[in-house]
Every structure is written in structure tokens, then in C-alpha cells.
Design a protein around this ligand. Structure first.
Ligand code: NAD
Ligand code: SER
Length: 313
């Protein structure tokens, strides 16, 4: 019996992570929490607690009430929204992390998962096959908060023996819930336009290549990393992982093979500058070596799965 708390459970990743953890460890194993009510499947399959991660007292009381031992902290502002609210993004992304890390430092909880992002890299980073360890000079508030978070995770491990584990997720593609304000969101939005028979207005240029991943792979990676023996985890900042890379034109062309009259307009906005500062592809040798990471979805399989499963409400 696990006692897991997922914070930010109503978001794009949380919605699927909660269900995957409940499937693996039982419905009672995983408490979902968020400031927002989750979807019906999450709500009906187990306990939900309303929780603002910035409220340290409320967090402690939920941890005590459910005797939580493992926390997955997903609550954050993503890249595009963070650029609009830089001060609040810094507060939420950093204070939220400290509130959880401090409970692990006090040995009230045993294990923490906290996601980082490809946004930790910046324009001075090598953009092709970006290494695990390389130049990191992020230019977005989101990237700065994720890089600082990585340094703090490693510090808490080194100084206080906190078992915190992390992955630098690429852009994630899924159909169960919508993405929440990122630069890679276009790669989900495009499917809704395609299914509705609308022209898709893409906020990135046609040749903007970014690293992406299908959600099922990201969830599997997360649970695998959390189940790996402690001594095999060599990276305590955050692991690079890769799925596949593509441009808006690549995904459009592939969707068009399924929906021949689908059309697209390119109307780049402020998110273009963010995307231009990020890697095109990622080297994930270290994750492969330390915990046998391997992706199962490529672009074609992802598109087939998305087109089959997306429901228009
Ligand atoms: P999301 O925006 O879809 O979900 C975040 C959830 O956090 C939302 O449900 C929101 O209501 C909740 N939340 C916001 N403020 C909160 C607070 N004060 N207290 C409690 N909950 C709060 O984001 P996501 O895509 O699910 O991302 C989850 C994590 O993964 C984030 O840390 C994000 O940076 C990281 N990540 C995501 C991606 C991606 O492509 N989705 C890529 C890299 C990293
Ligand atoms: N998908 C995320 C974003 O675009 C990357 O962390 O913000």
C-alpha cells in the first residue's frame, strides 16, 4: 500500500499520472490535489483534496491526514503564462518546491518527484542532441525557475539526503486534458482544429523544431524513475529524456495524410522567441543507462492515437 499525493492533479500531466498510479497501486493509494476540481474520472476513482501548494499549513495537514510518504509536485506556471506573470511564476514555481522539499528534509515524507523541462536550456546551449550536462543560460522566467529548482533538488539530496527525482520533460502530447499555457501547446491544439475541420492558426513558424513526447511515455518514465533503486540514480538535478522531434510543418503534413483537406496558417507570436531558445533534440543516454529509459511512441504512432481518441465537446 502506497501513500502518494499528486499536487497539480487536475492539469495535463496530473490527470493521467493520478490514473496511472491508481491503476498500478490501487485506487486508495493516490490522493489527487489541486486548486482546480479534476475531471470526473479522477474524481470518481479516488480521494481529491483541494490544496493550494503555497499554503504550507494546509499541505502539512493533508500529508498528516493521509500519512503521505511520496509526493509528485506538478503545480507550476508553464512557459507562456509565466512570461505574462513573471513574479507570480517565480513565487509559485519556487515556493511550491521548497514547501515540499522541506517536508522531505524533516523526514515527514520519504520521496519526491518534481518535473523540470527542456526550458532549462537557452540560446547558448548546443541545440542538436543537447547533452545531459552542458551550457545552461535560460532566458525565460519559467526556464530560470526550473534551472534554479534543479540546483535546489541536487542541493537537498547532497546536504540533507532528500530522495528527490526529476525528469526534464519535452513538450507533452495528450488527449485526456488540455495543456496549460506552454510553448509546445500547439502540438496538442492542432489535433482539435483538424478534427473540427477548421484551419489551424499556428503560433510558431513552420520550421521550428522542438523535442516532444507522447504522454503515455512520459508517465511510464516518471513511474519507472520513481521505482528505480536509489543507488542507480546518478543524476539528482534532472534527467534528459527524449521522444521524437518535429516542426509544425512535419506534424501538419502527417495529420494531412489522415485528413486531406486540413489547412494551416502560420502566425508566430511571443512564443516563437521562447521556442527559438530551446533545443531541437535531446541526448538521453544517461537516463537509458541508469534506469533503462526507452520511448515507445514516434510521431506517426502519436498522431494515430491522438486522432482516434480526441473527443470534441
Ligand atoms: P498544467 O498547467 O496542465 O497543470 C498544472 C496544475 O497545477 C493545474 O491543474 C493547476 O490548477 C495546478 N495549480 C496551479 N497552481 C496551483 C497551486 N497554487 N496549488 C495547487 N495546484 C496548483 O501543467 P502540466 O502540463 O500538467 O505540467 C505539470 C508540471 O510538469 C509542471 O511543473 C510543468 O512545468 C512540468 N512540465 C510540463 C510539460 C508539458 O509539456 N506539459 C513539459 C515540461 C515540464
Ligand atoms: N511544454 C512546456 C512548455 O511549453 C515545456 O516545459 O512550457
Amino acid at each position: 500500500m502506497k501513500n502518494i499525493l499528486v499536487i497539480g492533479a487536475s492539469g495535463q500531466i496530473g490527470t493521467e499520472l493520478v490514473l496511472a498510479l491508481r491503476k498500478r497501486f490501487g485506487n486508495d493509494s493516490t490522493i489527487a490535489s489541486d486548486i482546480k476540481i479534476p475531471n470526473k474520472t479522477v474524481l470518481d476513482s479516488g480521494v481529491f483534496e483541494k490544496l493550494d501548494i503555497l499554503d504550507k499549513k494546509q499541505l502539512k495537514s493533508i500529508i498528516d491526514k493521509h500519512q503521505i510518504k511520496e509526493v509528485y509536485l506538478l503545480a507550476a506556471l508553464l512557459s507562456a503564462t509565466a512570461e505574462k506573470h513573471p513574479n507570480f511564476a517565480w513565487k509559485l514555481n519556487m515556493d511550491g518546491l521548497f514547501n515540499v522539499l522541506d517536508l522531505a528534509k524533516e523526514k515527514i515524507i520519504d520521496k519526491v518527484f518534481w518535473p523540470s523541462s527542456i526550458a532549462v536550456f537557452g540560446p547558448t546551449t548546443p541545440r542538436e542532441n543537447t547533452p545531459q550536462i552542458t551550457v545552461m543560460e535560460p532566458t525565460t522566467v519559467y526556464g530560470i525557475s526550473k534551472l534554479a529548482g534543479e540546483r535546489w533538488c541536487e542541493y537537498y539530496f547532497n546536504q540533507y539526503n532528500v530522495d528527490v527525482r526529476s525528469i526534464r520533460y519535452p513538450g507533452l502530447i495528450s488527449y485526456s486534458s488540455l495543456p496549460g499555457g506552454g510553448t509546445t501547446d500547439y502540438a496538442v491544439d492542432i489535433f482539435y482544429s483538424a478534427k473540427k475541420g477548421e484551419t489551424f492558426n499556428c503560433f510558431l513558424k513552420e520550421d521550428t523544431e522542438l523535442p516532444m513526447m507522447y504522454m503515455e511515455d512520459a508517465i511510464r518514465a516518471t513511474i519507472n524513475l520513481m521505482e528505480t533503486q536509489k543507488e542507480n540514480i546518478k543524476i539528482r538535478s534532472s534527467y534528459n529524456i527524449a521522444g521524437f522531434s518535429f516542426t509544425p510543418k512535419d506534424i501538419y503534413d502527417e495529420i494531412k495524410t489522415n485528413i486531406p483537406n486540413f489547412s494551416i496558417n502560420y502566425q508566430p507570436d511571443f512564443r516563437q522567441k521562447i521556442a527559438d531558445s530551446w533545443p531541437k533534440s535531446i541526448d538521453d543516454q544517461q537516463a537509458k543507462k541508469d534506469w533503462n529509459w526507452t520511448p515507445e511512441f514516434n510521431l506517426k504512432k502519436t498522431i494515430g492515437t491522438m486522432l482516434k481518441n480526441i473527443r470534441l465537446s
